[in-house]
Design a protein around this ligand. Sequence first.
Ligand code: SF4
Length: 476
Amino acid sequence: MSVAAHRRVLPEAPARRGWCPGLSRPMPTGDGLLARVHPPLGILTLPQARAVAEGARRFGNGHLDLTARANLQIRGVSEATRAPLARLLEAAGLGDTRADGGPQRLTLTSPLAGHDPAETFDVPALARAIEAAGLAVARLPPKTLVVIEGRAGAEMPDADAYVFCRAPGEVGIAIAAERGFHDLATCTENEAPAAIAALLKAFARSGLRRMRDLSPDACDAMEDAVRLALQAQVPSPVRERDRVRDATSPESAHPSPQPSPAWERGHGGLTSDVAHFFPPAGLTMLAARQSVLTVDAPFGRCTADALDRLVDLAARLGAKEIRLSPARGFVLLLPAAAQADPAALARDFIVAPDDPRRSVAACTGAPACASGSTPTLADAASVAEAFRPFAVDGRAAHVSGCAKGCARPGPADLTLVGRDGLYGAVIGGAPGDEPAMHLPIEAVLERLGRAKTMGLAAAFASDRARTDIGRTRRPA
Ligand code: SF4
């Protein structure tokens, strides 16, 4: 069912109130304060995008981060520029929504949400309703995230909770808990906001910060809360059908999608379903009358001037808005006939799906972050080029300024962790894992060159281990 034909009766989110945008809890970094901007539903109107670029240029250091939650960060803000930046963004409608430390943006949807003909319910309307429900929940942990997916059978990014299409007309609700994906209920899209509100209240009462820490007993409490919230509503045919299905065949009642392993892997080698959340860089067709221009920010960073140039292009091509992608990029929805040439943006952005930088995560590093001792962004560009043969296979690398691993806390095929100007090399592990060795960047690149023929593990084995491999023909 096309979204355009699918009308709903969901409540709208309340109007935004006047908190300092992104600065109610600014984060100090090596290059000043970091101002977080949370565009509603990850969408900027063109004037809002201009305001962000102007704010970054006038009140920051001209640099922006794009986050994996499809938000923005303005870097290099000072105590003196914090208030005028807040006023500028507030006037653009980008102020914070709450001042209680809860999530400024609770939901994550595909950047194509509302325009993808394969969606079976109105994803933006449901996201607005869930945002409104979340605002009324006190003590909600700031990183709480609800992914909403309107395609049947699609993989989804990691999150705390999921609202997804179980079948046409049926919405599933699930959480990612201590023991994995935990299915909670089936309902209609109109019933989902109340069910999620009950879930969020129960979660806030748990005192935990992420749902992945919920024990099986705590999951049962979440399920009870959702069931009671649904029972308080007029019974729908969907829930009656689900009840009968549960009673007759409890094991097969819920075909549940799973969080995407690609989210953890990075963004190389994506399936078409995951590409719904992470559209490939370049120009693709969405439907007969619409095309999609996707550009990714190299290592999640761009300049205010680059954003301005993107807005110029969007205006010329007839786009009304700029959407943020969890692949740390921007998405323009264009008329199919628009003469869009992605190469026009190649100086500022990644415009090709096989660009190896899409497979390499990197944090700010030195000198912008005081915890870093290596220039991670410059080094990541060199690593990406040397990593190209592995990126083609869907493998991922991470260049981290220190063991905190801000850009990618989880494991990667190759993780390089900065320390005292060198990189610790971890194969198949996370930034906090013990490195096999510490190397200057030149030696890292040299070993990556060798890895093309001998493989990553052998190329980054310690010299002692490599000798053992030669002697025994088995990895040490
Ligand atoms: S990983 Fe370390 S160096 Fe990189 S941004 Fe985070 S704290 Fe800074």
